[in-house]
Design a binder for this molecule. Structure first.
Ligand code: ATP
Ligand code: MG
Length: 157
């Protein structure tokens, strides 16, 4: 779950998908790569009686690779909560993921940043990870022209 843009819902969507999968009895965990540790903090305050979604913290490429190596075989699905502030770490996430979910919100500046991000994703797909599957998550959609425009522009990417 990543995008170069901050505040588009990466963390919120990651946590919600994690909980849905856990409720479905899937073995799921989240790797929080953001130094603000939002998902790690969420894990810390979460009621232990709720469906279990363990969270690991990987703020660098090296730690991410090490954690994945150790935990990969223990989970059906590993969600990665991306970070907008570390381009190298984002590249690494794109190289090792099976599915990329890109949250986007209907704002002009966010759409422009997302277009830049998509160019990078396409480069990585071409050179490093051709099987990477990419989906957009249209977040905070309302009955406005900007929201309608977002879905049209996203389809053209
Ligand atoms: N669909 C939504 N409905 C209501 N609130 C939302 C929705 N999506 C995101 N938010 C809120 O917007 C804020 C930013 O969301 P979030 O922290 O998930 O974004 P982020 O992309 O992870 O940001 P960052 O780049 O800073 O990590 C949060 O307060 C979150 O609860
Ligand atoms: Mg976040």
């Amino acid at each position: 779950m990543t995008n170069y843009k901050g505040g588009v819902g990466k963390t919120m969507i990651c946590q919600n998908i994690g909980v849905c999968l856990a409720k479905d009895k899937k073995k799921v965990c989240i790797i929080d790569t953001d130094i603000n540790q939002s998902t790690l903090t969420w894990f810390g305050i979460r009621n232990e009686k709720l469906p279990n979604v363990p969270v690991f913290f990987a703020p660098t490429e090296k730690i991410l690779a090490k954690i994945l190596k150790v935990i990969k075989s223990n989970y059906d699905i590993i969600l990665i909560d991306g970070t907008p502030s570390n381009i190298e770490l984002t590249d690494r996430i794109l190289k090792l993921s099976d599915i990329l979910l890109i949250p986007v919100v209907p704002s002009e500046s966010d759409i422009r940043v997302t277009e830049k991000f998509v160019s990078r994703v396409q480069e990585i797909q071409k050179h490093c990870n051709p099987s990477l599957s990419v989906r957009f998550v249209l977040n905070q959609i309302t009955q406005t022209n900007k929201s309608k425009e977002l879905s049209v522009r996203v389809r053209s990417l």
